[in-house]
Write a protein that binds this ligand. Sequence first.
Ligand code: FAD
Length: 500
Amino acid sequence: MTGRVEHIVIVGGGSAGWMAAAGLSRYMRNMPVRITVVESDEIGTIGVGEASVPLLAVFNSLVGLHERDFIQATQGTFKLGIEFAGWNRPGESYLHPFSPYGQSLGVCDFHQYWLKARAAGYAAPLEDFNLNAALARDSRFNLRSSDGQSPMSILSYAYHFDAGLYARNLRTLAQSYGVNRVEGRIVEVEQQPETGFITGVKLASGQRVEGDFFVDCSGFRALLIEGALEAGFNDWTGLLPCDSAVAVPSARTEPLLPFTRATAREAGWQWRIPLQHRTGNGYVYSSRHISDDAAAATLMANLDGRPLGDPRIIRFRTGRRSKAWVKNCVAVGLSAGFLEPLESTSIHLIQKGVMKLLTFMPSASWSHALADEFNRQTAFDYEEVRDFLVLHYKANGREGQPFWDALRNNPVSDTLQARIDLFRDSGRVFIDDRELFKLPSWVTVLTKQGIFPRDYDPMAEAVSTAEITGRLEQIRMILNRTAQAQPTHADFIARNCKTF
Ligand code: FAD
């Protein structure tokens, strides 16, 4: 490839395909670049993927999708975090909240002062100093306040939504920015014989769609990046052995919870995602530890609303494409890799892929250096999320259950082991700016799943225990009072963005 990119062909019309189309067309609409999406109604999309992390709001706003319109169009609800039930011990649960803990009391991170108070006998748990946890306790919600003095100004939240409706909405948006849609099943990928660069795709109808840059959003099929370009796959099944899921929607129940629930089960975990019109449910499991029938039976026995269909089995392979960018093709979405939805990160990785693609768009001359750097950054993005997911399994306290015992004793990556050791020794976690999961996320999962530091940061000695506990009590009271003043999640939606 030597000239400027003139025609970008996106293969696939799931969340990845239409997020890529909306993102690229929004930013390239004044450029002499055509964008075409090829999707197959016959093949369809994966049909799961309903929970996000807070940064989706940034993507939606970048592509021109307003929050209220998004919630209305996708039967969406608000998500303050993820409740992990039974991961440390059966009967115990904790919230991984999206907002930070407490408020700085000095030079140390907040949790260091809490650790110091705790060492002196102060009993209040860490979640007592978190706004999202205070709201979640009573299923309350409101938007973030723009008044910097209000405790509600620190709120951070994500969404639950119907992914099919989201893709449809993005499609309308992308088409309004000039994206062309071609419907049909691709039966052949055409490549230049000498270079291997992709030149076009051929459909079952005989139609050919030619292009000079391709975005592979074909899902697990990875039609271009693997089928044609043989990028290779780094398999992480040894670290995250779940390889299947069984999913079923159920009727909405009250209260409308403003969080996702992830309940540990015998050979994996069950998700519960509350939407306005229904609840999404699924059991992610290791097929080496439980049969499909037993997993489906467990799921159906643990729904809190009437099932709205039959359970559906989905297979997956955990890992990432060795190279997400090969020649003139970039993989985004499931074609680039997959990590189980424990922390709702796949759609975020699509968002990151699209934003990176905009940053790395090749210009006049083809650059291997550009592709190499893209691949390095993509590897980092997947590995960072992988380590955080593995932590949930490594630090489990479910002794006596083969799946959980095996994962507790399983070696983890050097990067994760170093982070666990550092926290145990000193209570510190050092986060790279590029990481999605920040300090509060790591401190939550580490401490809630039983990894406690031997000591707290000595710099916390600058504040007396009495002063710390006084401030902690004050923070606790303010957060509780603030939470109680907010409407319930269901009322908030009914008043502001009702669709059901
Ligand atoms: P797909 O949805 O599979 O789309 C592939 C597209 O390619 C389709 O349009 C298809 O028609 C097209 N295509 C394929 N082959 C051809 C062909 N030959 N010709 C023409 N078109 C073709 N993510 C989250 O962020 N949060 C979650 O809570 C979450 N939960 C999940 C639960 C499970 C069990 C699984 C497996 C995934 C989950 N994900 C979640 C991931 C999420 O579903 C995906 O990241 C997201 O849907 C994007 O998928 P995709 O667009 O890459 O692939």
